[in-house]
Design a protein around this ligand. Structure first.
Ligand SMILES: Cc1cc2nc3c(=O)[nH]c(=O)nc-3n(C[C@H](O)[C@H](O)[C@H](O)COP(=O)(O)OP(=O)(O)OC[C@H]3O[C@@H](n4cnc5c(N)ncnc54)[C@H](O)[C@@H]3O)c2cc1C
Length: 298
């Protein structure tokens, strides 16, 4: 678009930018640096365009019709990662495995669990990505403070005490602010060999238990309020292997939905609905999706 402050791409397929490989195109896609975003947002407002943030696309289901507005991709240009005094500063688009390796290299423990989560720092803060419910290994436990950018272009810095957060939720998701960068704690000095071995163990454990050979988006549903993983109920309901179009409840991990070939967002949404209905009917439990469905419908 001629008047945009940085070059944009038009009608960009989004499926390849997601781990599920599902979804239609973005009307506009931008890959700005952190410094370029305020001008871009101002321009989008003037053009009346809706804006979406996208990291590595590992926790989203993008609508088959695509996103009719501006998608701002953080993974390519917002990737500064450095030691700053007594913390690590990571921009939104830094990948979590890279952060895990960086912390290990600096000799700090506590970041090992991030090695197998294929997302970005910004999204992980907004979602509070991490281990199981109740487990202390989650993103916000590592963050000292974060710089947030609102859709109106204003910025603020928040400490994690100021963020309303719980298992797989922060109120940043409600305000729709962009997590521009996070400053992460360096508290637990560790033995480098021990850190490396724990990191390796995390990866091996994932390979043993997760279906990593087909496109997925990790866990589809949150654990139920008492902390029991959703997979337990989906498995007990006999739903492993259930297929709707190209989407299949993983035979290896009941809380994952695999793209078994040509799956659409519609297939996934149908399958999600069926799983919810069956688990509700059998166990009187409401499964809440963990994945975020991005669409242009109002
Ligand atoms: C194989 C596999 C394993 C996984 N394992 C785990 C796990 O163990 N634990 C776990 O918690 N998750 C896991 N996930 C899910 C996912 O990797 C995490 O939720 C990750 O934090 C998402 O990051 P992303 O950059 O891919 O986010 P995206 O999918 O790009 O975006 C997710 C949401 O965050 C928003 N968003 C993106 N960037 C920002 C930003 N900078 N600021 C604010 N909002 C933003 C998006 O608009 C969207 O609503 C797994 C996924 C896969 C595929």
């Amino acid at each position: 678009m001629p008047s945009a402050p940085i070059p944009l791409r038009e009608h960009v397929p989004l499926a390849p930018l997601t781990t599920w490989r599902i979804g239609g195109p973005a009307r506009w896609l931008a890959e700005p640096s952190s410094e370029q975003i305020p001008a871009l947002l101002q321009w989008a407002r003037a053009e009346g365009l809706r804006v979406w943030w996208l990291g590595r696309g590992s926790n989203v289901l993008i609508d088959d019709a695509g996103l009719d507005g501006l998608v701002i991709l953080t993974r390519d240009k917002m990737t500064r990662l450095e030691r700053k005094g007594d913390c690590i500063e990571a921009e939104a688009g830094v990948s979590l495995p890279r952060l895990a390796k960086f912390a290990a290299h600096e000799g700090y423990a506590g970041y090992e669990f991030l090695i197998g989560i294929p997302g970005t720092v910004g999204a992980a803060v907004a979602i509070n990505a991490g281990f199981k419910q109740g487990d202390p290994r989650h993103m916000l436990a590592l963050v000292q403070e974060a710089d947030l950018l609102a859709l109106d272009g204003s910025t603020r810095t928040v400490t994690m005490q100021e963020v309303n957060a719980r298992y797989r939720y922060t109120d940043i998701l409600e305000t729709e602010e962009l997590v521009l960068r996070a400053r992460l704690k360096l508290e637990r000095v560790g033995d480098p060999e021990q850190i490396r071995s724990e990191t390796r163990e995390h990866l091996l454990q994932r390979k043993r238990t997760q279906p990593l050979t087909r496109p997925t988006a990790g866990s589809v549903f949150k654990a139920v309020p008492d902390g029991t993983p959703a997979a337990v109920y989906i498995d007990r309901a006999g739903l492993k292997g259930l297929q709707e179009g190209g989407a299949m409840v993983s035979p290896k991990h009941a809380n994952w939905i695999e793209n078994a070939g040509g799956a659409t967002a519609r297939d996934v949404l149908h399958l999600v609905e069926i799983v919810q209905e069956k688990v509700q009917a059998e166990f009187d439990l409401d499964l809440e999706p963990e994945i975020r469905y991005l669409h242009s419908n109002v």
